[in-house]
Design a protein around this ligand. Structure first.
Ligand SMILES: [Fe+2]
Length: 365
């Protein structure tokens, strides 16, 4: 750990992991959305590379080729991000959550199978935890390009020809990122209930409460995604973005060409992140929610220690175009301005002090 990292680690007021969490979730199963027009909503996700396995006009279920359960659940209603769905590997863990949170265990939709409990996080966001979902069969994924490196030639007598007519198929759901009102309280809630380990914190100078935490599942010696959930002390609370994994960088590029050709809203990319290292490309769906394509992200086992970093909006990526205004949230909507004003008024109940807000805006560039 560098000296700068050590200083941040010393002032950090929240722990990177807890000793005895209630459960240890094994992954993110799904996100749940509401949309007024399911066909319109589904069309975006088909262009994005997901496969629709059910749409009756009131409920749509989509998946990637390697998703074991449906990973996007869309119900008809006013447009919003309803919440997320996590997986536990034992019924005992589901029972423990039900007892502690005083909720009942319910059967899932027959197309998902298994059972679930529904909890509310400190911002009242729905967090569903599922067990025993019927595993979906693996489907054929978009083939990875064989890479020739100077000292490691793997593609002989064969060419590379990308398909720019059909969207590359999404491999699986990766992570979801939330803007939260009470950073420390929300972090503790996710750690204590689900065993999340913070892979990296981002902090602002002279502020002991971090502004971003990238959290991975505790799978012991088994490597897992650098982050399955990330939370940020953001101006806008709720869903910031959700990311889906593609086979490789060529698939991210091919998807970019197709989504642009089909006139979807491009937000930022293509580039390579620093924390998590993945190659990224960000888009917005027809309802303004942000979704990421990524490939080649970091995987850590539970032994890797937490990183502590200075928060800097420009230090998001190693290469790629400059952060766009759309990505940095520098185009405030009237609703956003109203939200900020009401949150500043209520700053005793909220992490968003005036100082923090100014620092966030400065850091966003
Ligand atoms: Fe992401």
């Amino acid at each position: 750990m560098s000296n700068a990292q050590q200083v941040l680690a010393q002032i950090c007021a929240v722990p990177p992991r807890v000793e005895k969490p209630l459960t240890k979730v094994s992954g993110l199963a799904a996100i749940r959305l509401a949309r007024p027009n399911l066909s319109k909503a589904v069309n975006f996700f088909l262009d994005f590379g997901l496969i629709c396995i059910h749409n009756d006009g009131n409920l749509a279920l989509l998946r990637g080729t390697a998703d074991k359960t449906v990973s996007v659940i869309i119900e008809r209603g006013a447009s919003r991000y309803l919440g997320l769905s996590l997986v536990v590997d034992s019924y005992e863990e589901l029972e423990r959550l039900a007892v502690v949170h005083k909720v009942s265990i319910a059967d899932n939709h027959p197309l998902r199978g298994g059972q679930s409990v529904i909890l509310k996080d400190p911002d009242n966001l729905m967090v569903e935890v599922i067990y025993g979902a019927t595993p979906l069969p693996s489907l054929i994924s978009t083939e990875a390009v064989q890479i020739n490196r100077p000292e490691h030639i793997t593609r002989i007598n064969r060419t590379v020809r990308l398909d720019y007519n059909h969207p590359p198929r999404i491999f699986r759901l990766g992570h979801t990122v939330l803007g939260v009102t009470h950073f420390a309280k929300t972090l503790a809630w996710y750690q204590q209930n689900f065993g999340f380990i913070v892979s990296d914190f981002q902090m602002m100078a002279e502020d002991s409460v971090p502004v971003v935490a990238f959290m991975r599942c505790d799978r012991g010696d088994t490597p897992t995604d650098h982050h399955t959930i990330a939370i940020g002390s953001a101006v806008e609370i709720g869903h910031l973005h959700t990311a889906f994994e593609l086979t490789d960088m060529d698939a991210v590029v091919a998807a970019n060409v197709i989504l642009k050709k089909r006139q979807h809203h491009h937000t930022w990319g293509i580039g390579r992140h620093i924390l998590g290292s993945q190659i990224f490309d960000y888009w917005r769906d027809s309802y303004g929610d942000m979704f990421e394509h990524y490939a080649d992200g970091d995987v850590f086992d539970a032994g890797i220690k937490t990183g502590y970093h200075q928060f800097d909006g420009e230090a998001l990526h190693q290469w790629g175009p400059a952060v766009t205004a759309d990505m940095a949230g520098k185009i405030p909507s009237l609703q956003l301005v109203k939200t900020v004003i009401s949150r500043l008024r209520d700053s005793t109940q909220d992490d968003l002090s005036f100082k923090r807000l100014i620092n966030l805006i400065r850091a966003a560039g």
